[in-house]
Design a protein around this ligand. Structure first.
Ligand code: NOJ
Length: 466
């Protein structure tokens, strides 16, 4: 099984998870800074100190055949308050970083928002607040005018997880639970902002490509029971349907809206009625999208659930502690015959294949990148200063096989980015969940290539999946 010559063998990062330096060079407050302080949560400093060590990480990309890197811009490094005065030090930093990557043949795929809303905006309702959407559009326009060296842009990373974890599971700031109405309006606000930025990008004749990165994981029914099938469809409607349809079709279908409104109704919330102006933006934007980014780690099996809402996030890696039963959305059931990570994530590469084939049906889906896929493992350096991460090699191989099979069947996946390039800070797990090609000793900040890094180098050179 062979990859095309132009296939991107990438690694992914996100500003808040790798940069550290959260108070350096004029950076403004991000919602997480306050959230971790208030909840005695994890410390995002120094993470992987990418702010200072990016050259070493890019040099590692070159050495190990990684020719694309996902990087996100921290909004509050550019506008410390989220709006208003520009912080020149932040702007200069990203120019230097992009230049170093480009000069070394590692193409930057730049995301404008990766879970790091400025503190005050998050407090004011995040993207469920129209003003925040407007400020994001201004920030995006600034970046597009300024960083003309960047050719690949993504507006957002993972609209669904960012929205549901703020307002339903409560694992992201502001940590609210079961506010399904705010989740839906946050999703809609972000999808509208994406459309506005994409319309601006294309209408102003800018060069380069723009897309959006969605978390798209497949939801199956646990069996053939009609009620369970419908539960899986409802979960899919809110988690995937809104995003896929808005982005690729330019409208929400009635079926999806009915299912989302059912979830809202059984939880006691008003109907979701999208604004006509927002829908016009989406309609105009959909045909203009250059690529769709898919982040996918696992698949899910659903069963109808009518009781009260219960959600327990496994953020510690204690296998078997995850629980999710959401009224109207269903109960997530873990299948015994499907392997799982310590964080209870079900490993099922066919879920990725099914999703690629599903989105490929849309005419506007011209090109796909797998912008995140990977496996979190508790790891330690061995006596040879490396990590024998065969489980990661196995996981990635099987998912790449799914990608190649999808391409054989008509899809157009042009690249794969491992989450994550090197080990980094995890939002709700701190430092014990490692995903990287490179082991990071968080005390010394030294990097050590894992076995998977050597395997990747071989693969990207031979382009042959064995
Ligand atoms: C998706 C997110 O984009 C990333 O920030 C996160 O750390 C990984 N998933 C792993 O959970």
């Amino acid at each position: 099984m062979r990859f095309s010559d132009d296939f991107v063998f990438g690694g992914a990062t996100a500003a808040y998870q790798c940069e550290g330096a959260t108070k350096e060079d004029g950076k403004g407050l991000v919602c997480w800074d306050v959230y971790y302080d208030e909840t005695n949560g994890y410390n995002p400093d120094p993470a992987s100190d990418f702010y200072h060590k990016y050259k070493e990480d890019i040099d590692n990309c070159v050495k190990f055949g990684i020719n694309g890197i996902r990087i996100s811009i921290a909004w509050t490094r550019i506008f410390p308050k989220g709006y208003g005065e520009v912080n020149k030090q932040g702007v200069d930093h990203y120019h230097e970083l992009f230049k170093y990557a480009i000069d070394n043949g590692v193409e930057p795929y730049v995301t404008l928002h990766h879970f790091d809303t400025p503190y005050l905006f998050n407090k004011d309702g995040d993207f469920s607040n129209k003003e925040v959407e407007d400020y994001f559009v201004e920030y995006a326009k600034f970046c597009l005018d300024e960083f003309t060296e960047v050719e690949k842009w993504a507006t957002f990373n993972e609209i669904w997880p960012w929205s549901v974890n703020q307002f339903v599971t409560g694992t992201f700031p502001p940590g609210e639970k079961y506010q399904f109405n705010k989740t839906v309006s946050n999703i809609h606000g972000m999808l509208t902002a994406h459309a506005r930025v994409l319309n601006h990008f294309k209408d102003s004749g800018k060069e380069g490509e723009m897309g959006v990165i969605h978390s798209l994981e497949t939801y199956y029914s646990i069996d053939d029971n009609e009620e369970n099938i419908e539960a899986a469809k409802r979960y899919d409607a809110i988690a995937n349907g809104l995003a896929i349809e808005s982005t690729l079709l330019g409208e929400y279908t009635k079926e999806t809206l009915d299912r989302v409104n059912y979830i809202l109704e059984v939880n006691g919330f008003d109907e979701f009625k999208p604004d006509e102006k927002d829908l016009e933006e989406m309609k105009k934007a959909a045909p203009k999208i250059d690529f769709l980014g898919i982040n996918s780690y696992q698949a899910h099996w659903m069963k109808e659930y009518k009781g009260e809402n219960v959600h327990h996030h496994n953020g510690t890696g204690d296998k078997g502690t995850f629980e999710s039963r959401l009224k109207g959305m269903g109960e997530e059931v873990k299948r015994d015959d499907i392997p799982k990570t310590d964080w209870d994530w079900s490993i099922y590469p066919k879920g990725l294949y099914d999703m690629i084939m599903r989105v490929s049906q849309y005419e506007n889906c011209k090109k796909i990148y797998i912008t995140e896929n990977g496996i979190g493992i508790k790891e330690e350096l061995n006596e040879n200063n490396t990590v024998e991460d065969d489980a990661r090699i196995d996981y990635v191989s099987k998912h790449l096989e799914a990608v190649l099979k999808a391409n054989e069947n008509g899809a157009n996946v042009k690249g794969y980015f491992l989450w994550s390039l090197m080990d980094m800070f995890s939002w709700s797990n701190g430092y014990n969940k490692r995903y990287g090609f490179f082991f990071v000793d968080f005390k010394t900040q030294k990097r050590y290539p894992k076995k998977s890094a050597y395997w990747w180098k071989e693969l990207s050179e031979s382009k042959e999946l064995k």
